[in-house]
Write a new protein. Structure first.
Length: 255
């Protein structure tokens, strides 16, 4: 046991560097996915689902932006969307998945029904960046960079280690960017173990970060007396650990 501890202390700086580079890489990948992969196609209108009968739902246009891409294609409020690029639409989520496959600047073929008449028109595709995800990924990157510098300055410092752990958790919470929410099940079917690992680490980050964030500020800049009690530390670490396990189990069993 002592030999393992001495070996860890000997290579601790190297391990911190490697681990930090891995997490910085994950943050950079999250930023890339936000800017290039998880961008959402936007046709500047609202798709409203309406029940046609017990087993069928239709998609109707509403709040079509005047002089927007859908308006310029001749589509108006109340028109029904039948197909995109010759694909019959099951619902608006299915429609969004199809539209997301088009690159910015492409034209998508919309088959539309108005007053019993059907016509086809081309709609210019715009892309919408999820700025909330982008802000989160950039914040995680900077937090991780600062946390690396802080921990390398004083690896044995309690506050320094807590700050580093928060940097790790902030990166883990960005992993949801890698998961396509509109084709969630397909992602886990296609990528198997990798998808499970991504989802699990994201859940761990989400469960731990609120507890550790509070615990950090209970100790910094000056510790509260109650934060120094052993039972507080146990709750701060054990409760999110239990929640993480339960969340992963529920996710696996539900899937």
């Amino acid at each position: 046991m002592r030999s393992l501890k001495s070996l860890f202390l000997k290579y601790r700086s190297n391990l911190i560097v490697v681990f930090s580079l891995l997490l910085i890489g994950i943050a950079l990948i999250s930023i890339y996915y936000t800017l290039e992969v998880r961008v959402t196609s936007n046709d500047e209108c609202l798709w409203e689902p309406k029940k046609i009968n017990k087993d069928s739902t239709a998609i109707f246009f509403n709040l079509v932006k005047v002089d927007g891409v859908t308006w310029n294609a001749g589509i108006r409020n109340g028109d029904q969307l039948l197909e995109i690029d010759n694909n019959l639409l099951k619902d608006r989520f299915h429609a969004q998945i199809i539209l997301n496959e088009f690159a910015s600047g492409d034209y998508a073929d919309y088959k539309v029904k108005r007053d019993g008449k059907i016509f086809t028109t081309k709609v210019y595709v715009k892309k919408l960046i999820q700025f909330g995800d982008l802000a989160g990924a950039i914040s995680a990157l900077f937090w991780m960079l600062i946390a690396f510098i802080v921990l390398m300055g004083k690896p044995d410092g309690k506050i320094h280690r807590l700050f580093f752990i928060l940097g790790v958790l902030s990166v883990l919470t960005t992993l949801h960017i890698l998961i396509p929410m509109l084709s969630f099940y397909e992602f886990f079917t296609d990528y198997g173990l990798l998808a499970i690992l991504i989802g699990s680490f994201w859940l761990i980050g989400m469960c731990f970060i609120p507890f550790l964030n509070n615990y950090f500020f209970w100790n910094f800049p000056a510790p509260f007396k109650f934060a120094e009690k052993g039972w507080v530390k146990k709750i701060v670490f054990l409760l999110p650990a239990v929640l993480s396990v339960l969340a992963i189990l529920i996710a696996v069993l539900t899937f």
